[in-house]
Write a protein that binds this ligand. Structure first.
Ligand code: ARG
Length: 403
């Protein structure tokens, strides 16, 4: 019996060609597994295409709810932005995909899992480290890393075998998309000076003609409603992608540091992700005590870096999540986002039943509750150390008295 391999199949160029290439060159049986993390999956057609490309079996798994609850929730709570900007669109989807690949390998009696990543990217790291953490006995195969084809070659090979792919010589972008947004690479944008052509954008086309307000409700750091309507996170994210995206907001254009040591020009569209993190961080401004807020801000970049680097299944991520989760107990309330057509979205209000903002303390009107009489003493003691030091300094620098 020939060896069975579960392939992480997306229906894109690399995984479609990899499927065929593995059966032809390695003589293995390929079980194609597509995991729906909100990339817009048409399950019957995806299954059909995998079988047409040579798979012995094909499965499509709807993991959207799980992706939202198990991965996006901790990411939102951690205000996760790699290098301060990128909301980890691709990085976050991998742990969920990996989990299902391993489960399908067990279910179909496969001894190996294959992915369609190249040797130059982060995703190979995330797949392989993830699989090894969950199933050290399963072999990991990376056909694309071994075949030595250029993107051009792969496009030609797909055409030769009549494998249907959504890439052509005219539209050469490499796209990775899920509920949390879209990553765009390759083609003309490989030149970091070249402005991204408008046609790469699909989620942030500025089609809105009027300004809109949308109120995002949070319960313990988790988005639970839009404009007062309770709904699950999958729905909140997809509705916000539409509302915020149609204002033309949510684009990123950056040069990013990959784990493998290269710099890469990346274009992203992630309207909902950026809007939710912005709103969540704002609500924390209202609800977190100062020291906790500052300490949390120190670990947030570490969380993002760790997940970017493929270490989702690691003890440090679990420990950081425990801290973050504990910090979210009172991050409950609402944030108003105001979107203007042609590219703006900003917070214009926040409120919370458990907020720490005290109007009586903060107001500059006459009848406030702030204990003014304590201010002078506080400031005096606060500056005492510096004052003592400055006096000593002045003494030491005085010229010696002449005799
Ligand atoms: N640079 C991003 C990351 O490492 C996106 C990778 C997306 N992959 C793709 N095939 N376009 O998370």
């Amino acid at each position: 019996m020939s060896k069975r391999v579960v392939l992480a199949y997306s229906g894109g160029l690399d995984t479609s060609v990899a499927l065929r290439w593995m059966t032809d060159n390695w003589g293995v049986e390929v079980v194609a597994v597509a995991v729906d993390v909100g990339q817009g999956v048409d399950a019957p057609s995806l299954r059909e295409r995998a079988l047409a490309a040579g798979a012995v079996e094909a499965a499509v798994i709807d993991a959207r709810q799980e992706y939202a609850d198990d991965v996006l929730v901790p990411a939102i709570r951690a205000n996760a932005l790699y290098e301060g900007r990128y909301p980890l669109v691709s990085a976050l989807s991998r742990p969920v995909i990996v989990k299902h690949l391993v489960a399908e390998a067990r279910a179909h009696g496969a001894t190996a899992v294959a992915h369609g990543c190249t040797g130059k990217g982060n995703d190979q790291v995330r797949f392989e480290v993830g699989i090894r953490a969950l199933a050290p006995d399963i072999e990991v195969l990376a056909p694309v890393r071994e075949w030595g084809m250029t993107r051009e070659d792969a496009i030609n090979l797909a055409a030769h075998h009549a494998i249907p792919v959504n890439v052509s010589h005219e539209s050469p972008y490499s796209i990775d998309e899920n509920l949390w947004g879209k990553a765009i690479e390759c083609g003309v944008i490989e030149n970091p000076w070249e402005a991204p052509p408008e046609d790469v954008f699909t989620l942030t086309r500025p089609t809105a003609t009027t300004a809109t307000d949308v109120v995002v409700g949070f319960d313990q750091g988790v988005p639970v409603s839009l404009d007062g309507r309770q709904m699950d996170l999958v729905r909140i994210v997809s509705e916000l992608n539409t509302i915020v995206g149609s204002s033309g907001w949510g684009r990123l254009d950056m040069v990013e540091n990959r784990r493998v040591g290269i710099k890469s020009r990346e274009v992203y569209e992630c309207p909902a992700a950026l809007a939710i993190v912005m709103a969540h961080a704002d609500l924390e401004g209202l609800t977190l005590e100062r020291d906790l807020a500052h300490e949390k801000a120190r670990i947030e970049p570490r969380w993002a870096e760790l997940v970017y680097d493929g270490l989702w299944y690691s003890p440090l991520r679990e420990a950081l999540d425990a801290f973050v989760e504990a910090s979210q107990r009172f991050v409950t309330g609402e944030v108003r986002l105001h979107c203007e057509p042609h590219g703006t979205c900003q917070v214009t209000g926040r409120r919370s039943p458990v907020g720490l903002y005290d109007y009586g303390m903060a107001t500059y009107e006459a009848a406030d509750t702030f204990p003014h009489t304590h201010a002078a003493g506080f400031v005096h003691l606060w500056g005492l150390g510096v004052e003592t030091w400055a006096a000593r300094q002045a003494h030491a620098e005085r010229p010696p008295a002449s005799s």
